[in-house]
Design a binder for this molecule. Structure first.
Ligand code: FES
Length: 104
């Protein structure tokens, strides 16, 4: 069974915002899409750009380095130059805590 760890509070990012956190030796990008939270690896699959510093429009984040676009709900590429999806993590909200499953 997946173990969920708290990575942020729901008040840390408003709808339409992205950020990133360091957790368990990795960087994870967090997104608030109209009150629903999503988590991806913070490294773009093109050349490692920080997706948590990208621009979020609806459920799509644009990498700040060369403009690849990813669906934050799934990690799938929706705009080049990246070709491989970025890892997406399951997210739960408990009270004001955003919790992410690191494995499983
Ligand atoms: S590193 Fe993200 S588009 Fe190049």
């Amino acid at each position: 069974m997946a173990e969920y760890v708290t990575v942020a509070r729901t008040t840390d990012l408003k709808p339409g915002q992205a950020t990133w956190v360091g957790i368990a030796g990795r960087q994870m990008a967090l997104f608030n899409v109209e009150g629903t939270f999503y988590a991806l690896d913070n490294a773009c699959t093109h050349l490692g750009g920080p997706l948590g510093e990208g621009r979020l429009q609806e459920a799509v984040v644009t990498c700040p380095w060369h403009g690849s676009r990813f669906d934050v709900r799934t990690g799938q590429v929706v705009g080049l130059p990246a070709r491989k999806p970025v890892r997406a993590y399951p997210v739960q909200v408990e009270g004001h805590e955003i919790r992410v499953a690191l494995e499983g």
